[in-house]
Ligand binder design. Structure first.
Ligand code: SF4
Length: 118
């Protein structure tokens, strides 16, 4: 192999590498919004979650049975079992119902007011 052949091979190899990087980057950029949307929707508490049903969980506290939800300010976001995961989407993790995220505006019968730190 001549020096010219070596230069051409290096050129081709670096060009192929460059194209692979561009293709991988483009795929990552294009898929990022899809992954974000999927993560928001795919991680919510499942409708058939047995514990959520047993605790009468609702994603909108206003739709809870008023006989069970007597405190009108009681929502997941101020419950001691709630940890916010996405402030924009207004969702978080519940220590009790763990099949997915709960809505900040949600509620269930295990609601317990978050205690303020001293
Ligand atoms: S325990 Fe608290 S955070 Fe969990 S679903 Fe019930 S009200 Fe929401």
């Amino acid at each position: 192999m001549t020096d010219a052949d070596n230069v051409n091979m290096k050129h081709l190899t670096s060009r192929r590498s460059f194209l692979k990087i561009i293709a991988a980057s483009a795929a990552t950029v294009l898929m990022a919004p899809v992954a974000k949307v999927q993560s928001v929707f795919a991680e919510m508490v499942k409708a058939d979650d047995a514990l959520a049903k047993a605790l009468s969980y609702v994603a909108d506290a206003k739709k809870a049975d008023p006989a069970k939800r007597k405190d009108k300010k009681a929502v997941c976001s101020n419950c001691q079992f709630y940890t916010e995961t996405d402030s924009k989407a207004k969702i978080g993790k519940c220590q009790l119902i763990q099949s997915g995220d709960v809505a900040a505006a949600g509620w269930c019968t295990s609601y317990s007011l978050k205690q303020k730190k001293a």
